[in-house]
Design a protein around this ligand. Structure first.
Ligand SMILES: *[C@@H]1O[C@H](CO)[C@@H](O)[C@H](O)[C@H]1NC(C)=O
Ligand SMILES: *[C@@H]1O[C@H](CO)[C@@H](O)[C@H](O)[C@H]1NC(C)=O
Ligand SMILES: *[C@@H]1O[C@H](CO)[C@@H](O)[C@H](O)[C@H]1NC(C)=O
Ligand SMILES: *[C@@H]1O[C@H](CO)[C@@H](O)[C@H](O)[C@H]1NC(C)=O
Ligand SMILES: *[C@@H]1O[C@H](CO)[C@@H](O)[C@H](O)[C@H]1NC(C)=O
Ligand SMILES: *[C@@H]1O[C@H](CO)[C@@H](O)[C@H](O)[C@H]1NC(C)=O
Ligand SMILES: *[C@@H]1O[C@H](CO)[C@@H](O)[C@H](O)[C@H]1NC(C)=O
Ligand SMILES: *[C@@H]1O[C@H](CO)[C@@H](O)[C@H](O)[C@H]1NC(C)=O
Ligand SMILES: *[C@@H]1O[C@H](CO)[C@@H](O)[C@H](O)[C@H]1NC(C)=O
Length: 635
């Protein structure tokens, strides 16, 4: 039941509106138009009727709107409910729930009075009516809401789909679209587009664009991503803005960076950076100086991973540790003051032993880089003196068992009978494991070895029947006899006996060489002797002057008895030839006489029988041999 449809404007009212009024067609939509009911109803019914059939009850907001309604509504003396009500004692525009401004009100004089002159008390006039007539056009009166009046409604020109991407704004006889950012066109149906070409794909990366309103259009978003190990230098997506520009420059993909590694203390680092310093795929190898080992990481090489982390924690160089030294029994190992470094590479431990003990092994050891000590551990051995072992007749008695001859131990010595101790009677083991004195010896109680006379032989026997003895010194009872060499004469005692310690029965004899009488050259002849002195075995050769003949032996030898062998020669004046011949036939040896000569002849004949040819020299020396043998066999 619409009585009429009039266009009006939307939000702000000006006098200009009225000069340009236009009629909206019934079929036309999107005009802000007024309507009134042909039936009276209470205020609440009027509001419902307006809201169901139109947009809402007219909410007078200014005087301009009132003037328009006065002009448009039929000039009959009628009251219309309008959209103003008292809520919580405040006059309120029901469509907006806003308090009425004083400026917008158009109360009739004396209104609102909240009184009804027909009712006692006059309270409860909470709704507003507008009176339309010539005299009081558009004036307001507060009235009880249960009164029956005509409803005054309006319809808005804007529908919820009037503008696609914008806000619908009521205009005088129409509406317009205020487009949201990124949209344009009459109904804001056009979307702004950004340049697709600007969305470039970076090296090692890719881009994924999502489009809300159309390809590469307003609010399209292009999210970049990189291959493993690379990262964007800007993580925000490219967004197409309302100004048809992308929000950002396309990013690039850079290798992921790991924290830069530093050189470890007491070590070194060697890195390989195929993609950049400390970047994805970089590897760093750690090494330690001598005496240090890597620790804190399962391997010596670290790799920068795609996550930006090294594949294991950074290693450090730890000093090499040698095995802890055992306590030194009966001694002290001293390894320095730094407790942490005691058994570390390069440290030296020195050793010392308690008093009475001596170090066997090195006095110091050093921890090497191979985690081993430079030498085997020493030990402290109890200092003992060597067992004082003497020869058989020495009797040793020690204060301690022989295996425990520690310093301060004493050993005393004595000798078996017939011997005497030479050296210390008691020796003491000193702190350094040495005996205070040399181990003594036992000397035989007897006589000193007798001096052997020149050219003599000695023969000592403990008793006349026992074999010769070499024992020195000579024990008591020892008898020593002397013999002189050939050609020598013994003077003194033949033998002597050790009668008391150090005392022989006599002094040793002497052997003096035998001398033959001095030979002279014969008259009319010469002599030639082997020795200047006529001692045993000297020989003298005789020759006669020319014309003289030798009588006797031409060679004489000094024998063991001090006699010259043979007859002293003489040189004879020339004689008749026959006499000489017979003498030669008998042989020179005929001049010899006595038993030795006979034996010598026999011997010579025997040798001749054996076809043994003797020289003239052998002829002469042979008797000597014989004599010597004869003398030996005679003794
Ligand atoms: C809306 O208008 C129709 C037709 O005039 C009427 O039948 C209906 O009752 C109205 N609605 C309300 C709530 O009054
Ligand atoms: C009116 O006042 C009451 C109590 O003070 C409150 O609960 C209610 O919300 C108010 N109503 C409006 C429309 O302001
Ligand atoms: C417009 O509003 C009506 C009623 O409120 C609703 O049914 C309809 O779906 C809306 N249309 C749009 C395009 O929002
Ligand atoms: C692009 O991004 C969307 C939304 O995040 C996702 O569903 C889609 O799978 C992505 N496409 C590619 C090719 O990554
Ligand atoms: C990313 O790197 C490129 C190339 O170096 C440069 O042009 C751009 O400005 C960088 N972007 C940012 C956000 O730093
Ligand atoms: C880390 O990477 C290096 C180089 O590839 C490798 O040798 C090492 O074993 C890795 N470390 C670990 C803990 O995986
Ligand atoms: C060894 O002799 C010395 C000196 O007589 C003495 O002081 C010491 O106690 C002796 N040692 C032993 C173990 O008897
Ligand atoms: C003495 O005899 C030796 C040996 O036959 C001979 O060498 C030497 O010349 C002789 N001397 C004289 C003075 O005849
Ligand atoms: C040596 O000569 C002396 C004196 O002529 C004589 O008495 C003695 O018997 C001789 N000795 C020998 C062994 O012929």
């Amino acid at each position: 039941m619409k009585f009429g449809v009039f266009q009006t404007h939307g939000s702000s009212w000006t006098s200009f509106i009225f000069s340009s009024l236009m009629l909206c067609m019934w079929t036309s939509v999107e005009c802000w138009s007024y309507y009134y009911s042909d039936k009276k109803m209470v205020w609440d019914e009027a509001r419902d009727w307006c809201r169901e059939n139109y947009t809402d009850m007219v909410a007078i907001q200014n005087k301009g709107e009132i003037r328009h309604l006065i002009k448009w509504l039929p000039k009959k003396d009628t009251y219309y409910w309008i959209g103003i009500r008292k809520i919580n004692d405040t006059w309120t525009w029901v469509g907006t729930n806003k308090a009425l401004t004083v400026e917008a009100t158009n109360w009739a004089r004396g209104e609102p009075n909240n009184q009804n002159k027909h009712l006692k008390g006059g309270a409860g006039e909470d709704c507003v009516e507008m009176y339309i007539q010539n005299r009081y056009a558009g004036r307001w009166n507060d009235e009880r809401c249960t009164k029956l009046k005509y409803a005054l409604c309006y319809t808005a020109a804007c529908k919820n789909d009037s503008c696609h991407h914008g806000e619908c704004v009521e205009t005088i006889n129409s509406h317009k679209c205020d487009c949201f950012t990124g949209f344009y066109g009459e109904k804001c149906e056009q979307v702004v587009k950004c340049n697709k070409e600007e969305v470039t794909t970076p090296d090692k990366g890719s881009v994924n664009c999502t489009h809300k309103y159309g390809d590469f259009s307003y609010d399209s978003s292009c999210q970049y991503s990189c291959e493993e190990g690379y990262q964007l230098n800007m993580s925000r997506p490219l967004t197409c803005t309302g100004t048809a520009k992308w929000s950002e420059q396309p990013p690039t993909c850079e290798p992921v960076q790991c924290q830069e590694l530093s050189r470890p203390e007491r070590g070194s680092i060697k890195c390989s950076d195929p993609l950049g310093l400390s970047s994805y795929q970089s590897t760093c190898e750690f090494t330690c100086n001598e005496g240090y080992v890597l620790s804190g990481s399962p391997s010596n090489t670290l790799r920068c991973e795609a996550s930006g982390n090294w594949n294991s924690s950074k290693p450090f160089c730890e000093v090499v540790q040698c095995p802890a030294l055992q306590e030194l029994e009966n001694g002290v190992a001293s390894c320095g003051d730094d407790a942490d470094m005691r058994f570390s590479y390069g440290n030296t431990c020195s050793f010392s032993c308690a008093p009475g003990y001596q170090l066997v092994g090195p006095s110091r050891v050093t921890c090497t880089s191979a985690a081993e000590w430079s030498e085997k551990m020493p030990r402290c051995e109890a200092i003992t003196c060597k067992v004082p072992e003497g020869d058989a007749p020495l009797i040793t008695q020690c204060s301690q068992p022989l295996t425990e001859l520690r310093p301060d131990s004493n050993c005393s010595f004595s000798c078996e009978e017939g011997f005497e101790l030479q050296g210390a009677k008691i020796i003491q083991c000193s702190e350094d494991g040495q005996w205070s004195e040399a181990i003594p010896t036992c000397n035989v109680l007897g006589c000193p070895a007798p001096e052997i006379p020149t050219s003599a032989k000695i023969n000592c026997r403990p008793s006349p029947s026992s074999p010769a003895s070499t024992v020195t010194p000579h024990p008591l009872g020892m008898v020593c006899s002397f013999t002189c060499d050939e050609g020598h004469e013994l003077q003194g005692a033949l033998s002597m006996e050790c009668v008391n310690p150090g005392q022989w029965s006599s002094v040793p004899p002497t052997c003096t060489a035998l001398r033959c009488p001095l030979q002279k050259a014969p008259e009319n002849g010469q002599i030639n002797c082997s020795n200047s002195e006529p001692v045993y075995n000297s020989q003298c050769y005789f020759t006669c002057n020319q014309g003289y003949s030798l009588d006797g032996h031409e060679l004489l030898t000094c024998d063991t008895y001090g006699n010259w062998t043979g007859k002293n020669p003489t040189c004879q004046a020339p004689a008749p030839v026959t006499a000489i011949a017979s003498a030669v036939t008998a042989g020179g040896a005929l001049s010899l006489s006595g038993v030795p000569l006979a034996i010598w002849l026999l011997k010579r004949m025997k040798q001749k029988a054996n076809k043994f040819e003797l020289s003239s020299n052998s002829d002469i020396t042979a008797p000597q041999e014989f004599f010597k043998n004869s003398v030996d066999s005679l003794i």
